[in-house]
Ligand binder design. Sequence first.
Ligand SMILES: [Zn+2]
Length: 578
Amino acid sequence: MIGETGVVYRLSMPAPHTHLLEVACQVKDVGAPIRLVMPSWTPGSYLLREFARHVQSFAAEAGDGTPLCWTKLDKNRWEVEAPRDGVLQVRYTVYANELTVRTSHLDASHGYVNGAGVFMYVEGREELACMLQVSAPEGWHVTTSLSCTDASFRAADYHTLIDSPLEIGTHAIFPFDVGGVPHRYAVWGRGNLDPERLVRDTQRIIDAGANFWGGLPYPHFTFLLHLLPGGQGGLEHRDSCSLQADRWAFRGREYEQFLSLVAHEHFHAWNGKRLYPAALGPVDYTRENYTRDLWVVEGLTTYYTDRMLRASGVITPKRYLERLGDMINRLQTLPGRHRQTLADSSFDSWIRFYRPDENTSNSQISYYQKGALVGLLLDLRIRRLTANRRSLDDVMRLLWERFGAHGMGYPEGALECTAEEVCGAPLSKFFDASLRSTAELNYSDELTAVGLVLTPRAGAGDVQLGVQVREEAGRLRVTQVLACTPASRGGLNAGDELVALDGLRITGTGLSTRLAERPPGQQIQLTVFRRDELLTLHVTPEAVAARPLQLKRASNPTSLQEAANRSWLYLDPDRETD
Ligand SMILES: [Zn+2]
């Protein structure tokens, strides 16, 4: 039963094609003016999205139907006068037409509700249990991780309510079980998904997570999956996650990438949702919540994403090393690595990470990408300094024991102290350099721990201009000009439309082909349109300074390096040895 003072929410969608969700909330025991607040952001995605902008037709009345006066206090708070009978009923409509995992979407085919943008909270009652009743069109069903009794969903508190997205419609359900714990996929959309194969691979990934942490932390788990053209992205929740994939992504490398999304969001059931920085729990839904530890939440989850794929046998050791090599190459070709530290990238997520622009590559790094590589180097350093007796795994599990298992957020820097404790050696220089400076990461020293070396790939280096381009309606548009490259020196701008190279028209594929045909160092003439003005620029393409890197086995590993390599790559005698 819900306590007398908890909020009862009713959600309905009488005309789904209008994208309008109707929300009613009832609050009892109201003896004074009361405030309702729409969150400005959704946990797991660190950007103020100002969900209140989609609220319309706000109205309030007492339990007996008497209209109540209300006023807006600021962008997302409504204050309503106290009802004489102590019962407050509020109604409003939410326009839901943004199809991402972080927002809500309703149309004639389905409804997806991410609670932070739909349900207002009652100030002061966030910790009370609440109830949700959903009235859906005929033939639609509701899937969410909330528990359901007598056609009502129940949430232990407001935070749980909005951490439990809902899929409403005619979606397919694929239930399965891992270690006796029920799981399911709820899939909206059609494509080349093979449910049996997906369930089988997901079971292996979940199993790897359970082995890592010592059991599953939830009573049940739901994967909400949307299949749509070009779909991508995921958002973690405590007992579920929301995923989007391209409807044809279920074969080859795209399928591997999709499984990495599954592994990533599932690993968050521990790291991120239950093991989290104190700054992110409890949160203030109305403003930015700053932490320098987002790299622990997202970067280490990214490092462990591929490790779970490897541990589960979904990818081979060879493929694991290729993916790691690709990640190293992406960071090492990003000029922004000289400009932003990992700690700053975490802290400034609210104004930078989710707002990429043409200067992003020059000014920022991603706390996912660099965070994962710092995770790699930290893991290998601990293995090296402890003669392969300890690893980052022990650090994560110790943090879990101390904080996650007790539902407590960890203080800023807790990972650093715990790592030193596990390692038994000072790591402050390592952390200062990798988290708080823009110094290049030192891969070579750490990779020796597991008998690996980082070497340039074979083949001739490319000739580079230093631009990213996109073809739009037959026009070749510069989207980014990388700092300190021939393009930036030659005066190219993001937004320029490339028309001709040495007087001859260029198209999308033509640019790289024609550049590759020239010796580096030979000046070319580029004709561009900039704001409709025709300009001629002189640019001197150059050979790429460094060839892409790859991870290789060292030629004469010691027996300790060999053993460390085998345990790090999950190569025990029972597993395949490719
Ligand atoms: Zn994540």
